[in-house]
Write a protein that binds this ligand. Sequence first.
Ligand code: AMP
Ligand code: MG
Length: 548
Amino acid sequence: MTNPSQPRAAGLLPVRDDAALSALCFDNRFLRELPADPLTDRRRRQVHGACYSYVEPTPVRDPKLVAHSAEVAALIGLPEESYREPSFAEILGGNALAKGMTPYAACYGGHQFGSWAGQLGDGRAISLGEVLRPDGEHWELQLKGAGPTPYSRTADGRAVMRSSVREFLCSEAMHHLGVPTTRALSLVATGEAVVRDMFYDGRPAEEPGAVVCRVAPSFLRFGNYQLLAFRRDVPTLKQLVDHTLAAHFPELGPLHPTKETYARFLGVVAERTARLLVHWQRVGFVHGVMNTDNMSILGLTIDYGPYGWLEDYDPTWTPNTTDSSGRRYCFGNQPGVAFWNLVRLAEGILPLVGDARPLEEALLAFPHTFEREQAAMIKSKLGLTAWRPDEDAELEKELYNVLQLVETDMTIFFRQLAWLPQQEPDLSTWLDQVLTSAYYRQEDLQGPHRAAILKWLGRYQQRLRKQDLPDQLRRDKMNQVNPRYVLRNYVAQLAIDRAEQGDGSLIYRLLQVLRHPYDDQPESAEYAEKRPEWARHRPGCSMLSCSS
Ligand code: AMP
Ligand code: MG
């Protein structure tokens, strides 16, 4: 169901009527309700007065399914065995379409590393349409790495296997951790090579290519609104915001939004973004490229690039070598950057409101939500039943100091802390026997460092004794918010090494483990271990670039 008055790309790809994907119902609201680019070829261009361009994926040589997510298949209504059909890899690799799919690339802009970058757009992502489920939910399917679009600028529209494995696995891992995120349906090897200069050091090399099919209610970003505001295209901006409200924020009410509705919209986005950031800080996720074109209007984690997981607790850490000098997007800066990005979004909505004051007020939802949720988060990470501001703020502050004294694995630290008996008299032995696995170098646990850690443990224990919660119960509660398994960078790299040989077995194994990140799963303990020495300097394990 697309707007019949609008031009469409000449359909070159075959339509697989018999595929399971063709039995889905597509209801392409975004295309129906918003203006299209009148041109339908792939020439790179500035697109004005439109929200997207029709463009088909460019076929690849030999599409082969490497992995798929059974949960996401079920979510969009595919029968369990659909992934076995040859047409599954063909469609999700970009060589064919299912009935009802109408491919397009969205037009957006963004601030990159603090500077306005103008039009960016889906340079290698191509949406296939929105699946409508019987319950009324819509799920947009989007191929990443499906070939050039009008927004590809100087690049090739493709993606390499390493970054595609990382996006596929991490989307699913985040979902199971309870972090709002886009999902991933499939990972298809293209059978074609892609040339990348991984560290921008003049050594380009061929790498295997891949296409991920991502799934979300929408991939709209702050940058979609920003670009229209920047170009003073207020009519299209209004159409886009009104579409967003009707399709994704029905709770904001009336069919004819007012200025107040727009301000409330910003407030809801600010609140969702704050909740998202608290989740990232809870699990130790560093996005790596929080440009405004990578900020979801729905408050989802979007665009998995050079992301990473804190192993050593270091707030100044970023996995993105492209950002290593400024560290704009390091772990500790993420909440502040999210707020900065929200202010850019507010500027994008301002033309519809005319007055900055209600938007400034709406933006306060960010600090308010963040502070409240962050306190609740740390309270639950520590297994406290109530927050006593006077003493607990100090306990929290000291905790961060202790985590940074020596190289400490954040994930393991909180898991092990849950084992601390509130009556344990010999904290020193407990440190050496239980907490020790969180430390990268045992020799660090001496002298003043040791004294500081023991002091904090003592203080924490005292605090635990002031509440009436048995150790076992506290441990169970803590283990529901402190994961045992996160997608450690080196673990993802192990899966990449195999996938590059065409073997997706470790991806499936990790998917299985990451489905239950809060369970101990002793048979998979190896994937919960701290980063081994070999991974400290291996590209992909500790250093990543935007090249993908
Ligand atoms: P990112 O840093 O991945 O958020 O991408 C920033 C912009 O560059 C977006 O407009 C992307 O679509 C575009 N882009 C990134 N990689 C490629 C590529 N290989 N081909 C075309 N466009 C790309
Ligand atoms: Mg992006």
